[in-house]
Ligand binder design. Structure first.
Ligand SMILES: [Zn+2]
Length: 108
């Protein structure tokens, strides 16, 4: 079994110590199961994944149009992106595809 390189110094000489991985070169320790550092979370703090069904928790204005995504609208997450404002590339039922801010939805 090989371990991922150290996230701090990219050393390949990583070893496992109980639930943690340890880097002998920079002494960094981390939990390999804890990959939430850039996880996208909904309004309740639940992590979101591609394919999740979500519901809008507020009316969302669609940029550049007069269209409004009503609170309660259902959407399916097609893709999660590492965006500053809009992390969810969604297909919204009845409204088509658009980018949504993760904190304005909750997992359905
Ligand atoms: Zn290291």
């Amino acid at each position: 079994m090989s371990y991922p390189p150290c996230p701090q110094c990219h050393s390949e000489f990583v070893y496992q110590d109980q639930n943690y991985l340890v880097c002998p070169e920079c002494a960094h320790e981390w939990n390999p199961d804890d990959q939430d550092s850039f996880a996208v979370k909904d309004a309740n703090g639940a992590p979101l994944q591609q394919g999740d069904k979500v519901t809008c928790i507020k009316d969302l204005k669609v940029k550049g149009s007069s269209q409004v995504i009503k609170v309660g609208s259902k959407a399916i997450i097609k893709r999660i992106v590492d965006g500053k404002d809009h992390q969810l590339d969604c297909k919204i039922v009845g409204a088509g595809e658009m980018m949504i801010t993760a904190k304005y939805v909750k997992k359905a």
